[in-house]
Design a protein around this ligand. Structure first.
Ligand code: ZN
Length: 305
């Protein structure tokens, strides 16, 4: 028996940057670093180096959680488990990222999508605490969602791709064609930060709070949230990301989602408490990094059973 509290490593692998941290929770992050996402070889080597260096002073890690951008293979029984699947991101297609960690560290490694990781972080320490069914959605450069269903992260066939659902698109009101390389005007194609910038020819961060852009944005988000509410019946929807966390956007999204649902879901959560049904993350922009730590913790507990 060890007396020390187990120490976890977390990697939040994003398309533009990686965040690596060591700790046990939001109030106990003992080391943290971030670096740009370049090639898989270089980026994963930087992550391995960070943990190896830190282990010298902080002590050995019990497990590592890796919450990564996708698409990826999270199915432990699959031949390509731990791989990044075909992606437009140069060099990352078929990168065996978990293999790199496994050959460097002889400890349990958890692997999931960045959004599932963030969902688990919110369940452990944020706005998902005590819930058995909720969704974590990020709206920023891209759009993605993680789902916690009946007390477990949802994977299904591979993993949900909530950012790519088709949405009704009124081209008279919004002639912008959308920018998803696969679907054009899917949810992400119409509502990501990149789409906002291309549609209005200026960054969302410079658009005034009363700009019509935000009504349109809230409309798209609300259509997606209504769909998720009808299909997965979550107890709560948490919206994060650079666009999703905007304070002035949230009330519009809450109001429009309620209008779309139109009292069809007869629950006080929606009928009376929409402001606690659709919320921003409790962990702010740290859901992903802390989610990776939570994945590591969960993996260690699994191994102990
Ligand atoms: Zn798409």
């Amino acid at each position: 028996m060890k007396n020390n509290t187990p120490l976890f490593g977390g990697i939040e692998g994003g398309g533009t940057k990686f965040v690596c941290a060591i700790g046990t929770g939001p109030d106990d992050i003992r080391a943290e670093t971030r670096f740009p996402t370049t090639s898989p070889e270089e980026t994963m080597a930087q992550a391995v180096d960070f943990f190896r260096q830190q282990e010298k002073s902080l002590g050995k890690l019990a497990s590592i959680g890796f919450a990564c951008f996708g698409p990826l293979d999270p199915n432990i029984d699959s031949r390509t488990y731990g791989y990044i699947l075909p992606t437009p991101k140069p060099g990352w297609t078929n990168a065996n990222v978990v293999g790199v960690l496994r050959s460097a560290f002889n400890i349990p490694i958890a692997f999931d999508t960045d959004v599932n990781g963030a969902a688990l972080g919110e369940w452990r320490w944020g706005m998902g605490q005590g819930l058995r069914n909720f969704i974590y959605l990020t709206i920023g450069t891209g759009v993605g969602g993680g789902a916690y269903v009946e007390g477990k992260l949802l994977h299904g066939l591979l993993h949900p791709e909530m950012g790519h659902i088709p949405l009704p698109h009124d081209k008279t009101r919004d002639p912008y064609a959308g920018n998803c390389p696969f679907h054009g005007d899917c949810f992400e194609g119409l509502a990501s930060g990149v789409a906002i910038e291309k549609r209005w020819q200026q960054s969302g961060s410079t658009l005034a709070k009363d700009h019509p852009a935000w009504d349109l944005e809230a409309e798209y988000i609300a259509m997606a949230l209504a769909s998720y509410s009808f299909t997965l019946s979550p107890q709560r929807i948490i919206i994060g990301g650079g666009v999703g966390s905007l304070e002035h956007l949230l009330p519009k999204v809450q109001e429009r989602t309620k209008q779309y649902i139109n009292s069809y879901i007869q629950s006080p959560a929606i009928l009376e408490n929409i402001t606690s049904y659709i919320v921003n993350p409790g962990l702010g922009n740290r859901s992903g990094m802390l989610g990776a730590i939570a994945l590591a913790e969960q993996e260690m507990l699994k191994q102990e059973i």
